[in-house]
Ligand binder design. Sequence first.
Ligand code: PFF
Length: 472
Amino acid sequence: MPQGEQKARESWGTRFGFIMAAAGSAIGLGNIWRFPYLTGMNGGGAFIVIYLGCVLFVGLSIMLGEFVVGRGTGLASVGAFKSRHRNWTFVGVLGVISSFFIYCFYPVVGGWAVAYMVKSLTGLLSNPGAIADYFGAFITAPLEPVIWTLIFLAVNLFVVAKGVSGGIELTSKILMPMLFGLLVIIIIKSLSLPGSGAGLTFLFKPDWSVVTGKTFLAALGQAFFSLSLGMGVMITYGSYLKKDEHLPSDALTVVSMDTLAAILAGIAIFPALFAFGVEPTAGTGLVFVVVPQVFAQMGGIGVLFSFVFFLALAIAALTSSVGLLETVVAYFMDEKGMSRKKATYISSAVTTVICILSSLSLGVMSGFSVFGVGVFDFFDILTDKIFLAIGGMCLAIYVGWVLNKEEVKLEATNRGALPFALFETWYAVIKYVIPVLVAVVAVSGIMAIEQQSLMIFGVVVIGVLALFSKKL
Ligand code: PFF
C-alpha cells in the first residue's frame, strides 16, 4: 500500500488517456516492424494463429497481473515489490534494468524511423535499386543516424519531463488515434493494388507445414515484447491508475488494441509486397528496405505513402519509448525521492551516451564488442532473450504464489465492487500454467544465445540481483 509519507502521486487524467498511453507503450516497433517480419519468416497465417493464442492466454494474464501489482501498491516497478515482499525486489529491479537496456537501443531505431519519414520526401524513393545499399550505408554512418537518434531522444525527454497526464497521456491521446488512422490509409492503398489478394491469403491462410517448436517460441517472445510485459512498464503505468478503474477490462482493451495494430500493420504491408512480387521473408530489413522499395514502385504517390508509413512508425516508437524512460524515471522518483525533472535529465543523460554507442556499434565501432557482440546487439539480446521472459515468469510466480489470493481478488475486482467472472480461471492460469510455459521460453531463449559469455553474463546478473537487490 502507498507509503504514508508520500507526496500526492501523479495519476492519469481519464480512462481513455490511460488506455491510449498503455496501448501506446504496447504498440511500437514490435508491431509494425517485428510482427510483420516474424510473420513473414514463420509461415504467415499459422504464426498469427499461434501468436493470438499466446497473447490471449499468456499476455493478457500477465498484463492484468502487472496492473494488479502496480495499482495495488501505488508504486512503480521496484517499490511495488519492495514495499510488500523485500525478497522479491529483484523482479522490480530486473524490470527497471530491462526498460533501461531497451531504452539504450530502441531510440536508435526510432531515430531511423524519423529519418526515413523525412527522407521519403527528399528523394529516398527516386532510385529503387539503391534503397537496400542506402539503408546499410545510412545506419553504419558515424554521424547522421546519431543526430536522428538525438532528435528522437530529445522528444522523449520533453514528453516525460512534462509528467504522467500532462506529457505521456496527452501525447498518447493525440498520437494513438492518428497512428490507427495512418495505418488505415496505407491499408486502403495496399488493398487497392492489383494482385494484393495473395498477401491476404498469405496472412490469413495458415500453412501448418512450417510450424515447429521455434514458431511457438518466436510467438510467445513476440507477445511479451509487443505487450511491453516483464519490464516493469505496465506495473509503473498501473501505479498511476485510480482505484475505480476496472483492471480486467483495461487489460483486455490494451491487449486487443495491440493485437489489432499488429494485424493492421500486416494487412498494410503484405498485400503490397505480394502485389509487387516481393518475397515476404526479408527479415529485419523488411520495413526499412523492402517497404520503401514497394512504395518506390507506386510512382509519385508512393512518396506520400512512404511518408505516412514512416510517420506511423515514428509515432509508434515514440509512445513506446516514453514508457521505457518513464519506468526508469519513476524508479528514481519513488525510491530515491528525486524530482521528475531531475530524474528525467539524469536518466536521459546516461542513456543518450549509451544510445550513441549503440548507433556507432553498427558502423565505426563495429570492431568493439561486449561479450562477443556489438553494443546495440548486447542490449537487444540480453533483454529479448533473457530478461523479459524471466521477468514475466517471476511476476506470474509472485502474483500466484507470494501474494495473498484474497488480496489479489480484492484488487482485481475493486474490493468486490466490479465483476470479474473469470477470476478463478485467470488465477489458475497465472499460478500454474504461465510459470511453466514461460520457463520453457526463458530456457530455450537463453540456450539459443550463440555467445556463451553473454549468456553467462545475463544469468549471473539475474542471480546477483536476486541476492542483493533487497539492499537497493
Ligand atoms: N511494446 C513495444 C513494441 O512493441 O515495440 C516495445 C516495448 C516498449 C517494450 C516499451 C517494452 C517497453 F517497455
